[in-house]
Design a binder for this molecule. Structure first.
Ligand code: FAD
Length: 411
């Protein structure tokens, strides 16, 4: 009989393993991919943005509204400092850029190696290329873990399987069925931190354009969230960190068959009135310029052309008309096109392209101090498998580290 089996050698499983072997536990990590931490290698574009110095409750979301205020028991001012110190003690000096933390060498591989070494140095065992098929609770409080290679008996089990995002990196959503088979519930799960799709005439012209702006997510008739940053225009729709951060709302709205609209303010630094008077002034100072050329002074060329030609917000304006030929109401139309481009979102990208899963096992079903299941004593749930998703910036890994640490210290 083993003491601890951790199902999944990702961020949360490795940290949980390190903490448990430090306490002298005999611990086995079972990982279905050929190596542990496969997703970690891909994080932060291979640089691993493992934490963030600015941590607030608003950086995290839950699908279950009941769980929203449970986030508070995980998030505090010390969290980032503790993780930074922990990484330093593992031999990973840190580099900070605008609050985002990376390993000094900017190599995610260093993080995986350091975690793996810390675990195995204290006697932790890892079985790679072995896939867990089921986890059963025995009547005596122990567990039976069946894999494609063997059957194990263990006193305690940790579900660290991740969610359903990026299945090619290992987390294929099977963790939810293990949790369910043990008596847990699972909220609806949708892709998050991904691009969103829209269908609009002339859109393909915008592929590759990047513009700074504000994006609002309107679900039904309610604005649920907004974010400011760089919007990337793609062949299928829009992407970029600001869109990633709002994608969960789109995915959840679409799941409920609600109308989902992303409203883009492409010139958030001007009010509509300011913009109109600026354009009016330009009619006087450079009235000989075409409206398209003037607008390209504010926005990337292709976006200016799109707004004038295809957006259908601006009617009857020939983009080669000189600015001085435009009436005040036409200038107003142009200003409102720049400040309120509404895109009907038809789909989000799938789990294949998403960085995280929104939804999972509700926090109310675990003890937040220890991560132990309230339904099955001896079973612990950590990381993305739980109903918590963070915004971009290192928050999802912070969640994985912190929940892994709590479980590992309480096994
Ligand atoms: C491309 C990409 C970039 C990202 N960048 C960042 C970033 O820069 N910063 C950030 O904070 N977050 C980032 N994330 C999110 C972050 O990586 C995850 O939230 C985090 O890794 C979740 O940790 P976890 O331990 O819960 O799950 P995972 O890291 O997904 O680990 C779960 C492990 O369990 C294994 N497993 C699953 N089922 C089984 C089974 N049945 N048997 C055996 N093993 C199993 C999987 O193979 C996997 O190795 C990124 C995600 C992606 C996809």
């Amino acid at each position: 009989m083993l003491e601890v089996i951790i199902v999944g050698g990702g961020a949360s499983g490795l940290l949980c393993g390190i903490e448990s072997v430090k306490r002298g536990k005999q611990c086995l990590i079972i990982e279905q991919k050929e190596k542990v931490g496969k997703k970690l290698y891909a994080t932060g574009n291979g640089k691993c943005n493992f934490a963030n110095r600015v941590v607030e409750k608003s950086c995290y979301h839950t699908v279950s509204s009941e769980d929203a205020n449970r986030i508070g028991s995980f998030v505090n001012d010390q969290l980032c400092k503790e993780i930074e110190q922990y990484f330093l003690e593992l031999g990973i000096p840190v580099y900070e850029r605008q609050g985002y933390l990376y390993p000094r060498s900017e190599q995610a591989a260093i993080v995986v190696r350091a975690l793996e070494d810390a675990f195995t140095a204290k006697g932790g065992k890892i079985h790679c290329d072995e896939s867990v098929q089921y986890v059963k609770a025995n009547s005596d409080g122990t567990f039976c873990v069946g894999t494609d290679k063997s059957i194990y008996e263990t006193k305690q089990v940790v579900l660290a399987t991740g969610g359903a995002a990026s299945p090619k990196l290992g987390s294929d959503g099977r963790g939810y069925s293990f949790a369910k088979s043990l008596g847990h519930t699972v909220t609806p799960c949708v892709p998050s931190l991904c691009g969103v799709k829209c269908k609009a005439a002339g859109w393909n012209r915008l592929q590759g354009v990047r513009a700074k702006g504000r994006v609002e997510a309107w679900i039904g008739n309610k604005k649920l969230a907004e974010d400011v940053g760089e919007i990337q225009f793609t062949q299928y729709g829009i992407s970029g960190i600001v869109v990633f951060n709002l994608s969960r709302y789109a995915a959840l709205g679409l799941l409920e068959n609600k109308k989902v609209v992303f409203r883009l303010d492409l010139l958030p630094d001007y009010s509509e009135n300011e913009l109109v008077s600026l354009l009016q002034n330009m009619q006087k100072t450079c009235g000989y310029q075409s409206i398209c050329h003037v607008l390209s002074g504010f926005l990337p060329d292709k976006l200016a052309v799109y707004l004038l030609k295809d957006s259908r917000i601006v009617n009857d304006i020939n983009d080669s008309l000189s600015i001085k030929a435009l009436s005040i109401s036409q200038l107003q139309q142009i200003a409102s096109a720049c400040k309120g481009l509404s895109l009907k979102i038809t789909e989000t990208n799938s789990f294949e392209q998403a960085q995280v899963t929104a939804g999972g096992v509700p926090l109310k079903e675990i003890n937040p101090d220890t991560m132990e299941s309230k339904k099955v004593p001896g079973c612990y749930l950590v990381g993305e498998l739980l109903d918590v998703d963070g915004i971009c910036g290192g928050y999802n890994l912070m969640w994985a580290w912190e929940t892994g640490r709590r479980a590992g210290q309480n096994l």
